[in-house]
Design a protein around this ligand. Structure first.
Ligand SMILES: *Cc1c(COP(=O)(O)O)cnc(C)c1O
Length: 230
């Protein structure tokens, strides 16, 4: 299957899931996760009209972003170390995986130096796993308040990655949990700060759309299997 075919199939499944949930397909954006994929795969996706791409590794993304030229929107979705904040701020228009205030402050400082604003999402670990996969739900409110006050970051919502399940419906309580957490935080934040929910991947994006996802991050279902795990 070509990248263009993969995109067509994913887009039509997204539209069907949105319609089934009584939502407008326009309210759910597709982030094409191109990690480990070669620059040609990104070019094919661009040619097929894809606009938003997600990458997990700063180093790997740099060449692809430079090669793709202006136009696409690049979101960082992996685990970001504070010492990579400068490069991430240069390369990406959004960081979906902000998990600590220290990281947010580093991104804010670098964005300020570059005279740009970066869209950020707070990654939440709803299963309460290790720090790597996001902040704990109980920490999200304080973190959101602090990030909303940073001048060069544009807080837009939450992101989560549920534990892996074979059965997509098993992830659904986590998607519902993210939606409920965003709704609980929103009243104490500036308008729009909780308007995006990034949730759902190749195996479960339909369940995520049913629970309110506005961004789905899909790799394998577009590009095929990755040649090495990431
Ligand atoms: C790799 C990755 C995805 C995409 O996963 P697929 O199962 O290939 O769709 C989405 N989100 C994050 C954070 C990822 O690391």
């Amino acid at each position: 299957m070509s990248v263009a075919d993969g995109l067509t199939a994913v887009r039509s499944r997204m539209a069907a899931a949105a319609q089934a949930a009584g939502r407008s397909p326009k309210d759910v954006r597709l982030v094409a996760v191109s990690k480990t994929q070669p620059p040609e795969a990104v070019r094919e996706a661009l040619a097929a009209g894809q606009v938003v791409f997600g990458e997990n590794y700063v180093q790997e993304a740099a060449a692809k972003i430079a090669g793709a030229g202006p136009g696409p929107e690049w979101h960082f979705i992996g685990h970001l170390q504070t010492n990579k904040a400068r490069q991430a701020a240069e390369l990406f228009s959004a960081v979906q995986s902000v998990h600590s205030l220290k990281l947010a402050q580093a991104l804010d400082r670098r964005a300020g130096e570059l005279d740009k604003r970066i869209m950020v999402l707070i990654q939440v670990s709803l299963a309460g796993e290790e720090q790597k996969s996001g902040c704990l739900p109980a920490e999200a409110s304080g973190l959101a308040q602090a990030i909303a006050a940073l001048p060069h970051l544009d807080l837009r919502g939450l992101m989560t990655m549920p534990p892996f399940f074979d059965e997509p419906e098993a992830a659904r309580p986590y998607f519902a949990g993210l939606r409920e957490l965003a709704a609980a935080l929103a009243p104490d934040l500036p308008a729009g700060a909780m308007s995006e929910l990034s949730m759902g991947m190749s195996g479960d994006f339909e369940a995520a759309i049913a629970e309110g996802a506005t961004l789905v991050r899909v790799g394998t279902a577009i590009f095929g299997a990755r040649s090495y795990p990431a």
